[in-house]
Design a protein around this ligand. Structure first.
Ligand SMILES: [Zn+2]
Length: 277
C-alpha cells in the first residue's frame, strides 16, 4: 500500500500535470467508490483545480468549494486515459468496474483505476475539517511541530509501539514500511508497549519516521509490489531499507539476520540484536 512518501510523489506529479486545469465532468463508473457526498459531482464542471494536496495517505484535489478526497488503498492509481497500464478493448469492458471514476479536464481525461477496488472517493466541502472530524493526526510533513506534539501525547497506552505507529489517529501517513524502518533507526523492539517509552524516546521515534519518509520522497518512494508513480516507474528507496522485507538477510549494523514476526496482524521486520526488548 502506498504510504506518505509514495502518495507525496504522486501528488507532486499530479499537481504538475493538472494544476490550473479546468474540470469538465466527474463520471463515477463504480458507484461503490463514492462514500461521503457533501456536494453534487456535477458542481465540479467549469471549475479549475487550485492545488493537489495531501494529508497522510489521502490525496485531495482542491476544486474550490468541492474537494475530491481520494484514498488509493492497495492498488488505486490515477492515470491519464490511454495510459499503457489501463486495459483496452474487451478487457476494458470486462473490467469496467475497475475504472472507478473518470475526470474530464481541458488537459485530457484522467481515470482512477483500481484492480482490487479498495480505493475510495469522498466529495467534501472542506477536506481538513473532514479529516479533523475523523480524528486524523496532523500531517508530519505539512505541520511537523503540531504532528510531533500530537504524537508525544497520543503514542501512549499498552499497545505495541509498532501498532501505535500504524494508527492514523496517532501518526498519519506512516505505514508498514516506514514504521519498521523508524523503529530500527531508534533501536526499539516493535512489540515494546507504547507507554514504556518516555517523551524523549517518542520524540526520537517521531523524528526517525519523518527523516526516513523524507529520504524516501527524495527517491520517489519504495516499490515492493504494486506501487508505481504516475509515469509507471517504481520508487527506488527499497535499496536503502534496513529491515523491511529483509528477513534472513544480515543487519547492516551488527551482521545478525533480520527477523520477521507478526504484530497485530502485520508482518514486522526487525533486528533482534539491535532492537532487543
Ligand atoms: Zn542489528
Amino acid at each position: 500500500m502506498p504510504e506518505l512518501p509514495e502518495v507525496e510523489t504522486i501528488r507532486r506529479d499530479l499537481e504538475e500535470c493538472l494544476q490550473g486545469a479546468e474540470f469538465r465532468e466527474l463520471r463515477i463508473a463504480d458507484p461503490s467508490v463514492l462514500r461521503e457526498r457533501q456536494v453534487d459531482p456535477a458542481t465540479i464542471a467549469g471549475r479549475s483545480l487550485r492545488a493537489v494536496r495531501r494529508r497522510g495517505k489521502y490525496l485531495v484535489l482542491d476544486v474550490g468549494a468541492t474537494q475530491l478526497v481520494i484514498h488509493l488503498r492497495m492498488t488505486g492509481r490515477i492515470l491519464p486515459a490511454g495510459h499503457a497500464a489501463l486495459p483496452v478493448g474487451a478487457e476494458a469492458v470486462r473490467r469496467r468496474q475497475q475504472f472507478r471514476f473518470r475526470l474530464a479536464t481541458d488537459r485530457g481525461e484522467w481515470i482512477f483505476f483500481d484492480t482490487r477496488r479498495f480505493g475510495t472517493l469522498d466529495l467534501v466541502q472542506d477536506a481538513d475539517a473532514w479529516f479533523d472530524e475523523r480524528g486524523l493526526a496532523p500531517d508530519p510533513l505539512l505541520d511537523q511541530a503540531a504532528a510531533r506534539q500530537w504524537f508525544l501525547v497520543h503514542a501512549a497506552g499498552g499497545r505495541a509501539i509498532k501498532t501505535v505507529l500504524l494508527d492514523q489517529q496517532v501518526a498519519c501517513g506512516v505505514g508498514n514500511i516506514y514504521a519498521d524502518e523508524a523503529l530500527f533507526r531508534t533501536r526499539l523492539h516493535p512489540e515494546t508497549a507504547a507507554d514504556v517509552l518516555d517523551y524523549a524516546q517518542r520524540g526520537a521515534l517521531f523524528s526517525a519516521a519523518v527523516q526516513v519518509m523524507k529520504e524516501a520522497i527524495a527517491r520517489r518512494g519504495t516499490t515492493t509490489s504494486d506501487y508505481l508513480d504516475l509515469n509507471g516507474n517504481p520508487g527506488v528507496f527499497r535499496r536503502y531499507l534496513n529491515v523491511y522485507r529483509r528477513a534472513g538477510l544480515n543487519c547492516r549494523v551488527c551482521g545478525q539476520p533480520i527477523q520477521r514476526i507478526v504484530v497485530s496482524g502485520r508482518g514486522t521486520h526487525y533486528c533482534p540484536t539491535c532492537q532487543a526488548m
